[in-house]
Write a protein that binds this ligand. Structure first.
Ligand code: CO
Length: 132
């Protein structure tokens, strides 16, 4: 397993794109819509891992609620795995609570699943498996 990306909740996607692009000098992807999750996201290639900018398009989405209660900031860490289904089974068997027992579609064709932050020291943790 290795770090794939750090998800950051943002309240203004244009401003976040400007921060990571013009101010910090990274390359920022074009926005991608994830309507099922009420999200518009961009990826920032920071070398090795990526930063995922998460902008909620629905107030009642998970990130919309997060922003309302905690404001902008780090939302989750994501680790890349080769076989997400077997890793989820192993993690559940080790006693951790899963948010998603079955993976679901993520950004650019990936499969993703979340582990409950109560089982991961307060850090919402995502697993992702690259598209074939
Ligand atoms: Co993510």
């Amino acid at each position: 397993m290795e770090l794939d990306h750090i998800g950051i909740a943002v309240s203004d996607l244009d401003e976040a794109r400007r921060l990571y692009g013009e101010v910090l000098g990274f390359e920022v992807s074009e926005p991608e819509e994830l309507p099922d999750r009420g999200l518009r996201i961009c990826f920032v290639d920071v070398g090795g891992a990526q930063v995922e900018l998460l902008y909620p398009t629905a107030e009642d989405s998970a990130v919309g609620k997060f922003l309302a209660s905690r404001g902008p900031g780090i939302h989750h860490l994501c680790y890349k795995v080769d076989d997400i289904r077997s890793k989820l089974k192993a993690i559940a068997a080790a006693g951790a609570r899963l948010i998603d027992s079955e993976p679901r579609p993520g950004a650019h064709g990936t499969l993703v699943a979340f582990i409950h932050p109560k089982s991961t020291g307060g850090v919402l943790t995502e697993l992702c498996q690259a598209a074939d």
